[in-house]
Unconditional design. Structure first.
Lengths: 409, 409
């Protein structure tokens, strides 16, 4: 099979994937090979000495959350000394936003892909600002996370059980018609998820105040659906993986130090290069000089053909990441040049319902010297602070070149 | 003051209006001069012999609902014989979608306009298909309406009281960035209203099943926010009314037989012409030949500069009313030719955040022979059936010409 045919086969599998949000569970009860004194993180594997500030901060927070240390200094020493095992989320079926840290007792969304089978997972989105996934670990951050994992999560799980699940493919299709690109802008999708879950939560036997707060937290987070979408996009990309000879990119991920990719025909190998610093729009009191290099598994959305690839569908939020309505359209048009298909169901009204550019061909990236566009949140480079803005970033070219070289034998 | 200055003064008042959704009440307790054996309807005043099928159907339904008759035939006879007084919604502070019928015991949303003062009202939206506002009156239609008025309405009112109200100006601004034009397409806005009200409804002491159904009905109706928006747009247009010498159109409304307008400088006089038949996209089993002439007060949204005037913000739903993304953009561009201002807060991302065309100048309509674009739902021409589609319609030119003649003295 030639490369074009292999890529066609791989992308057809991506386009046929049907991810569905079916439940909520404790991470160590559903993630494969996960448990004990182990923490997962975003991006390719990395050890403590090379980790950036926000990833260290999130790991410190997770160690405190799990009770493995009683203060941040102790947690840092434990983590630096090898007392906790680290691994990449992607090695355990998960995709984690920003630092992407998953601890054994965290709650995770469960996404099932029904065309080829398989499950993917992601934590609950904590909202914006000072949150664990951006490296914050203050007591109020952990307290909020505990409420999400222990009080909200069971309500969400029961609501999904009562409704038979939530079709994420349909939700993504609808979001793109409602001003979302499905990554940094997910308001419409989050409200659709709220609409789906709210009746069952309102019916729940939980205390009145818990029901109310659950809907306030869910409705107040315009990224609530981002984590389920990341798991869905991972499922979509996983479906396209493993086709012999294919140069299709089936994973993009960054850990705050390295940007890593995986290619359909090159097995489980990561190809990595240095993560770039996003150029962004910053919250008041912060600026570009404090931005950490690119971090998080959320770029799996771009890998699946949404996010920055669908930016033309979200002109209203172009300013959020530092663009304009015109640059939003251009970002999508650029991405048609490096992709092999247009999605039949994820369409962009403003482009005459043209399908989103799907299936990145590493060959085209290298030939055109055109890396993927990526929308992203921006973390402060120091641990303990959190999110300081949103921005745009381009991955390094090196991993794409190395992947082609490896495929060429 | 010359006409241009008068129009500027009038539109400045429209742009400064700040409508807010503050409560829910029984119609005969809040609408001015309303009660007893009286029913309100959309559009300019009309008596029974000239009414179209869906308006008659809705009035029959309302008479049955109020217990003034025990069957449709008896209700028809009562209404035909002068046993019930009719008047226009607009004469009592209300704006009603489609037939727009308001009965004394119906629940209404209460909208307060805070810049100039004043209150406007609208009934609760019943959802799509076989509903009273499109002329249906079967027992299940009335039963559903009773649940809305007697069970849902108090929950909504309590939720608004608990939250201090809902800013409709802000909601419209956000909707236009989320694929809504605020008239036939109001999904994003309806979900924002759901998000606002859901926590308080989930906290309510009502039975579990009532809480759940309330959120299902609210979340399941993508036009839930249309009626509050109509009251808000009426408040906006009312703010621009009464400026001496102004040719600004401050009301557009149709009753299924006549299309009526009011002009800022011409007092309370209605100028009317024959309502046109919308050209539409029909539900399965229905077609153009069954379409009733244009009906409803919802065209107050176009009068306030949204709806078809903001169609460029809603390319995804162009097909719903029979257009394309390109024709959606053109509809908005056309309307800049007949309006005197661009709204500072209601903006269209796809047009580089240009403000919506606001403040129809009757002079320009006549000079350019360019009537306003209107998006609309379409009712079956016979009573008792309901909605059969969505479409586009242009008002007759005659009322605009007559208004100018009247202003010229």
């Amino acid at each position: 099979m030639d490369v074009d045919a292999a890529n066609r086969a791989a992308v057809e599998r991506m386009l046929a994937a049907r991810p569905r949000l079916v439940g909520v569970a404790r991470a160590d009860q559903v993630l494969p090979d996960f448990g004990g004194r182990m923490l997962l993180h975003a991006g390719p594997p990395i050890e403590w000495p090379r980790m950036s500030g926000p990833l260290r901060g999130a790991l410190i927070g997770a160690a405190l959350y799990e009770g493995w240390a009683s203060d941040p200094e102790g947690a840092g020493e434990l983590l630096a000394s090898g007392g906790v095992r680290f691994d990449a989320c992607h090695h355990h079926g998960a995709a984690g936003p920003m630092a992407g840290v998953v601890a054994p007792s965290f709650a995770v969304w469960v996404v099932e892909e029904s065309t080829f089978g398989g499950r993917c997972f992601s934590t609950l989105n904590e909202g914006s600002g000072k949150v664990l996934r951006f490296g914050a670990y203050a007591p109020e951050v952990l307290e909020r996370l505990r409420w999400l994992n222990e009080t909200l999560a069971p309500l969400l799980g029961a609501a999904l059980a009562a409704t038979g699940g939530f079709d994420l493919r349909a939700a993504i299709a609808e979001m793109l018609h409602r001003g979302d690109e499905g990554h940094c802008s997910s308001l419409a999708g989050s409200l659709m998820l709220l609409r789906h879950l709210a009746p069952a939560i309102a019916r729940a036997a939980a205390p009145s105040e818990t029901r109310g707060r659950a809907l306030e937290v869910l409705g107040g987070n315009w990224l609530a659906i981002l984590n389920p979408i990341m798991a869905a996009c991972k499922a979509i990309c996983d479906a396209g993986h493993g086709v012999a000879g294919s140069t299709l990119v089936t994973r993009l991920a960054r850990n705050g130090t390295d940007f890593g990719i995986r290619v359909s025909g090159a097995g489980e190998r990561w190809f990595t290069g240095p993560a770039q610093v996003p150029v962004g729009v910053f919250y008041e009191g912060f600026d570009q000089s404090q931005a950490n290099p690119d971090i998080g598994d959320s770029v799996i959305t771009e890998c699946a053909g949404i996010g920055a690839f669908a930016m033309a569908a979200a002109p209203a939020i172009a300013r959020l990441v530092g663009g304009t309505p015109a640059s939003a359209v251009q970002a999508t048009l650029d991405m048609y040049r490096i992709t092999v298909a247009e999605h039949p169901d994820f369409t962009i009204p403003g482009l005459g319902f043209r399908g989103t550019p799907t299936g990145i061909d590493a060959r085209r990236v290298v030939e055109l010297d055109l890396p993927p566009h990526v929308n992203t949140g921006i973390a402060h480079e120091e641990p303990g602070i959190g999110q300081i803005g949103f921005g745009l970033v381009r991955p390094p070219m090196q991993p794409f070149r190395e992947a082609l070289a490896a495929l060429a034998g």
